[in-house]
Design a protein around this ligand. Sequence first.
Ligand code: SER
Length: 380
Amino acid sequence: MKSEEIRKRFLTFFEKRGHAIIPSASLVPENDPSVLFTTAGMQPLTPYLMGQEHPKGKRLVGIQKCVRTQDIEEIGDSTHVTFFEMMGNWSLGDYFKKDAIRWSYEFLTNKKEGLGLDPSRLYITVFDGNDDAPRDEESVSIWEGVGIDKSRIYFLEDNWWSPGDNGPSGPDTEIFYDLTKNGLGDMSLEEFKKADERQNVVEIWNNVFMEYEKKDGRVVGELSQKNVDTGAGLERITMVMQGKDNVFDTDLFTYAMAVTEKNISDENKNLTKEMRIIADHIRTAVFIVSDGVTPSNTDRGYILRRLIRRAVRFADILSLESEGMKKLIDSIVIKYENVYENVKSQQIKIQEEIKKEEIKFRATLKNGTKELEKIFIKID
Ligand code: SER
């Protein structure tokens, strides 16, 4: 199933269940100075999770652009990316655990309306309880009710999600999918954790039950309403649906990876990790520039600068020429132009900004090399 079909099925499934479709907000958060980029689907909805009335009602569904760069060193493995899209359905004080869990299961496993995934490959984690909130036994019985065996449900203390130190938060229940060829079968908690570390199972869905408020990093009490905040990474779901073991082999990345590979020298074609880093960073840069950010030495502009410069460094390692970089940008625009109009309308600006930064970086590198040479001459 292509990513386009996954997008369509997700929105339609929840629309049929009374959710209004909302467009992705910008990567640049509006009214939230605590973060540089939108990092989760719920972020633009924070005021509504806190109790404000949303103009489109209490049930929403959408696919949100997100940027997370804290794992930048991990990029190149199977699942980490700096830009991703998060599919999400939200209940703003409307339905709660029962419907959220049932619909997530139904969407993932139903062949006709959903994705038709094999239920025997699913594993579930739930909140184990702490001083802030009790162990989530209710979610366990709902999971058992849809047919998940208790042996595949694990209690974990860190199953709690919040966007930061302040705002709505709550216990979550995560759905993992077994990627191995023959299936892992029943696993103890320890075996499950190891499978997760090895990326043999990957988290594909998170249902957060946002009923608590955090202030300065501490849970201070209950919110005025009980919300549901779901997050399902489009890249990972697409990976699972396309039978791949990494997100770079899905249709979301195949053009970008193919163009990168075509434009590097033959002896480097086995350097997969480096190719993935270039494709990932340039894809993220494309989206950040399309949302109005340009490279600079501060805040968002600095993150963009760092991504482009890192991509250029790896492009040099692989001998990817400037023309190859241009083609890579175009391939990303082509993949997303029907989803995000501004990626197409900003195409020329995106090309120019990335090119300008590449030139600046090369000038800095050249100056740096000259300075180093001077130092070595002095030492000699
Ligand atoms: N906010 C949660 C997450 O990012 C669920 O969407 O995982």
